[in-house]
Design a protein around this ligand. Sequence first.
Ligand code: NAD
Ligand code: UDP
Length: 343
Amino acid sequence: GPSKRKGGSEMTGEERPAIKAKPRVEKNRVLVTGGAGFVGSHLCDYLVARGDHVICMDNFFTGSKDNIAHLLDKENFELIRHDVVEPILLEVDQIFHLACPASPVHYKYNPIKTIKTSFIGTMNMLGLAKRCRARFLISSTSEVYGDPLQHPQTEEYWGNVNPIGERSCYDEGKRAAECLTMDYHREHGQEVRIVRIFNTYGPRMALDDGRVVSNFVSQALKNEPLTLFGDGKQTRSFQYVSDLVEGMVSVMDNDEHIGPFNIGNPGEFTMIELAEMVKKVVNPSAELMWMENTADDPSRRRPDITKAKTLLGWEPKIPLREGLLKMVDDFKRRLKIDEITST
Ligand code: NAD
Ligand code: UDP
């Protein structure tokens, strides 16, 4: 109680009973939630390689042990199966909070769980960060801009999001998570960082992920038609995963700027252009198949990355064509495809 504390402070240094010194922190202890997922596993690779002590936490909803199997015997890597909707006690210095399904197919599968993960999960991780005095980074999304009326999107844009649609569990979930993050910052002085990630692709995307790049690449490899939703004229800007990891780490390690930062590649493509490029790079004989689009699909999306460029000196390096090539070997291996069988 307070009286005890007072007594303690009146003792001189010599009278003070021997207390155990706080163990010196040798390493940066970093928690990566969603660390067994696509982006999280690449982030774990980066942090383990630079010598941080990494705790990877995941409930394996969309992530997989295969993504981090090669890290399990590293002395500076730990894996915890845990759901972020439940609180947890850990001692860490930085938290990269990624846990949340990201593919529309996955986040619509159990939408109530998605928004709980986004809001309650973020609340738990902010509580943990506050207790540990750890720096907290939320992986938000370009989806906070909804079907954007401003093009390209700057961080100042407030967005155009349907609050009651099929995508809302994700979009509004992330908006609420950003809001909570800023409120912890304003109310408690919590150290926070916000990144808004634009469509990212690369090795280790789940084969059943359902996002467009992984769909097209595996369809082309299996010699199946590429599924184009809607008129195919909607646009996205695709970032290779190593560019994202470097961007996230530069935001976390920057001592001055909290964001939000758009982290994405400004190269903008229609889905028809993407399909044509996948054909060229992966399998020229692949056909196209037109399908009905999903509800509330944003019609165009491209990041304005001036802020990250100017304040962090970060910009993406890998163009789409090159990134697709890097993805193909990994997908071939996992799909157990040796050679493309032309029909
Ligand atoms: P992913 O689905 O591969 O990874 C998400 C990980 O979080 C998975 O390992 C999953 O098992 C885990 N997870 C989900 N719910 C959880 C819970 N309740 N408790 C613990 N773990 C849970 O997707 P990703 O592409 O790697 O996305 C990672 C993060 O980046 C997400 O927060 C996502 O919203 C954000 N993001 C990604 C993109 C992109 O294009 N890849 C774009 C915008 C934002
Ligand atoms: N899309 C498509 N074929 C697919 C999957 C998606 O044409 O097999 C389209 C989808 O309609 C959207 C775009 O690709 O316009 C990007 O979808 P994705 O699910 O990859 O990510 P989003 O940016 O919508 O979250």
